[in-house]
Structure formats: structure tokens, C-alpha cells
Design a protein around this ligand. Structure first.
Ligand SMILES: [Zn+2]
Length: 259
């Protein structure tokens, strides 16, 4: 949601150091297909398929579990799963398995990685009621459904480069650099357009799952208050759409869904 994780702590160059085989697999596994994506309402050409995305996500998840403390508290996990699974079943994207993890950090933060894994900080879970938690999960599931990370990786790489690497013509340096870029995007936020779309999908999924979609608005209000308390050090303040604009959009979306 806020993606204000410090990139240095997640060592974004991990793939370069540890996963050259994964990158080869990513390239070799990929086909090229044009699909209609109901999350974005657009036809999209994908040359990183779901299998390759899940494989990439699985390695990212392993790295995250080494560098962040994942909480294994049955009661908290039960609450998160109860809310999140209702969101997952109404997601526009059903070709992968979602899973939800709790990170032992106080900051109001959440993020999703390619392949279906979502991470929610314990501080956010403690501050949010179920409607607000559903909105946050919906936002993150929205990023996955819209394939934001995959499309970013594709955009950075380019089909030409991928093809030449698959044929053994070009080096892998550019691929490593591109995956680094995407890793930073995943943890720091996707930019204005993608964040607004994820907010809209969060509202849509919350409503479809039977939660009060106003949870998105009240969560943003809590976020706003929290950012006042925390000061200007939060990364999302400089890289994300202003919270007031996000509140305004969410309210507009809710009024359309619940006239
Ligand atoms: Zn986001």
C-alpha cells in the first residue's frame, strides 16, 4: 500500500547474486500471448507467462523470508486469511494461488510480489479493522491482477532483448538490471497510474467480497494521521499520489458502486 520499505534492507541485487538460473528459466519458459485483462479492461501482450511469474515470485519470497521477520501467529494469520481469502476469490485473476503473510514491522505498510504473495505489516493489521484490512488486501491483489510487476519487467526488458537472450545472442546483464528495477518498483510503489488503479480494484473487490468499501477511505485517513505522526521520512510521500487525491478517488468509486 505505502511500499515504504527501504530498498537497501531487501538487497535488490539479490537476483544478480543468487539466481542466474532463475533468469534463464524465466526467459526460456516464456511464450507470447495476448489476453484480455478484466482488471485493467485492456488487451495485453504477455511474454512472461504465469508459470514464469510464479517461479520468479517464489524466489523473491524466499529472499524476503530471509531478510524480514515473518510472524507465525495462528490467531493473527487466521484473521488475515479469513479476510484475504474472500478478496482472493473475487479477484479478476484466478490463474495463480494467493497467499498472505504477516511481517513483523510497525509501519503501516503492505506489498505484493509477482506470483500471488502478499505481505502485510503487523502494525497495519493492528490499526486496521476488517473492512480496512480488506481494502488494503484488495489494493495488493489488484496489483497482482493487473500484472503491474510483470508488465514493468517486460517494459524494462523489451521483447527484442528477451528474444535475443533466449537465442543466446545477447548477454544477461541487462536482464539482471531490469529485474533490479522491478524489485525496487515492487517494494517502493508503482507510480501514480498503477496505484490509482490498485485503489479502484481494492474498492471493487472489498464490495464484491461483502466488506464495507468505505474501509479504503477510513484506512487512508488513518494513514494520513500516521504520516503526520511519523514525519516526512516516509518514501511514499514523495513517490505516491497524495492521500487526499486517493481518498477523493475512492469516494467517487464507492458512490458509483453503492448509489
Ligand atoms: Zn500499491
Amino acid at each position: 500500500m505505502r511500499h515504504n520499505i527501504k530498498p537497501a534492507r531487501l538487497k535488490p541485487r539479490w537476483i544478480l547474486e543468487r539466481c542466474p538460473i532463475l533468469i534463464c528459466g524465466l526467459i526460456i519458459l516464456s511464450g507470447c500471448a495476448t489476453i484480455y485483462n478484466s482488471a485493467t479492461g485492456q488487451r495485453e501482450t504477455l511474454f512472461i507467462d504465469t508459470k514464469a511469474e510464479v517461479s520468479l515470485g517464489s524466489d523473491m519470497a524466499k529472499q524476503i523470508s530471509r531478510e524480514k521477520k515473518i510472524i507465525n501467529d495462528p490467531k493473527m494469520q487466521e484473521r488475515l486469511d479469513k479476510v484475504a481469502k474472500r478478496i482472493a476469490v473475487v479477484s479478476d485473476r484466478q490463474d495463480l494461488r494467493y497467499n498472505f503473510n504477516i511481517v513483523d514491522e510497525k509501519e503501516f505498510n503492505a506489498f505484493a510480489i509477482p506470483g500471488g504473495s502478499v505481505y502485510i505489516n503487523s502494525g497495519l493489521m493492528g490499526a486496521a479493522n476488517d473492512d480496512e484490512l480488506a481494502a488494503v488486501v484488495g489494493h495488493e491483489v489488484g496489483h497482482i491482477a493487473a500484472r503491474h510487476s510483470v508488465k514493468r519487467l517486460q517494459a524494462v526488458l523489451g521483447y527484442q532483448l528477451l528474444s535475443s537472450i533466449a537465442l543466446g545472442v545477447s548477454g544477461q546483464k541487462q536482464v539482471f538490471q531490469a529485474v533490479d528495477v522491478v524489485f525496487n518498483v515492487v517494494v517502493l510503489g508503482y507510480g501514480r497510474k498503477d496505484e490509482f488503479l490498485a485503489d479502484r480494484l481494492g474498492v471493487k473487490y472489498s464490495k464484491a467480497a461483502g466488506f464495507n468499501p468505505r474501509g479504503m477511505v477510513t484506512f487512508f485517513q488513518k494513514l494520513k494521521q500516521e504520516s503526520k505522526n511519523s514525519g516526512p521520512t516516509l518514501v511514499f510521500l514523495s513517490s505516491h499520489p497524495p492521500i487526499d487525491e486517493r481518498i477523493k478517488q475512492a469516494e467517487g468509486e464507492i458512490s458509483v458502486l453503492t448509489p
